[in-house]
Design a binder for this molecule. Structure first.
Ligand code: AMP
Length: 219
């Protein structure tokens, strides 16, 4: 059966690392709206130019824009058996858009839908954000606090020079947390009421959280 998994949690809760790993494990595409939007910005498309003004302030890009990008991505062939959705939906309005998209793309066929919430102590997250680095070439994510690269400043996997996301500064991170509380946190109740929510304790090492994640996915 087609498997559609979505993930909720505050910025830097570890979703990106775990969902990329899960996508490989389940052989499903990892669809990450933040990366899709950053790719539009790098390609200097009109959508990217519009998105940049919101991303630079730590705000959500408009629902029409992000829903269009998601619909295009989920319509591609590699999503026919399902997908791991990371960073979408991020508001009730986006959740409603996702339901419409699924209705259209699944054409009445049954599918498994699960929302996984990463429950974490938010006090540690700003520190995590400012220590985050990523590889612009292969997408590997590092953290100087607990997953530092072996050779300072360079990717262990492909050797490219690591970069810091422009919105991973203290100021913008704080604004991203406010946006999360206001727009995204209400989705936890929204999916709980629908009976499709699984919560995992996201405090812990990458391996500990991975074990907990596998347990709820295989339940
Ligand atoms: P992320 O890489 O998930 O931390 O996302 C980085 C930024 O991209 C966010 O702070 C938003 O500005 C934007 N973004 C990512 N996903 C969405 C979404 N589903 N809706 C609106 N904006 C988004």
């Amino acid at each position: 059966m087609k498997t559609e998994l979505i993930f909720l949690g505050p910025p830097a809760c570890g979703k990106g690392t775990q969902t990329a790993k899960l996508a490989k494990h389940l052989n499903l595409p990892h669809v990450d709206t933040g990366s899709l939007l950053r790719a539009e910005i790098s390609a200097q498309t009109p959508a990217g130019q519009e998105a940049k003004t919101f991303i630079d302030k730590g705000q959500l890009v408009p629902v029409e824009l992000v829903s269009r990008i998601i619909k295009n991505r989920l319509s591609q062939r590699d999503c026919k058996n399902g997908y791991i959705l990371d960073g979408f939906p991020r508001s009730i309005e986006q959740a409603e858009q996702l339901e419409l998209i699924n209705k259209e793309l699944n054409a009445g066929n049954e599918y498994r839908f699960l929302a996984v919430y990463f429950d974490i102590d938010e006090k540690i997250l700003v520190e995590r954000i400012i220590n985050r680095r990523s590889c612009p070439q292969c997408g590997e994510i590092y953290n100087l606090l607990f997953k530092a690269p072996l050779h300072e400043g360079h990717c262990d996997k492909c050797g490219a020079k690591l970069t810091q996301r422009k919105d991973d500064t203290k100021e913008i991170a704080e604004s991203r947390f406010e946006t999360y509380e206001k727009e995204t946190a209400p989705l936890v109740d929204y999916y709980k009421k629908q009976g499709v929510l699984k919560t995992i304790n996201a405090n812990g090492t990458i391996d500990e959280v991975w074990e907990r994640l596998l347990k709820v996915i295989n339940d």
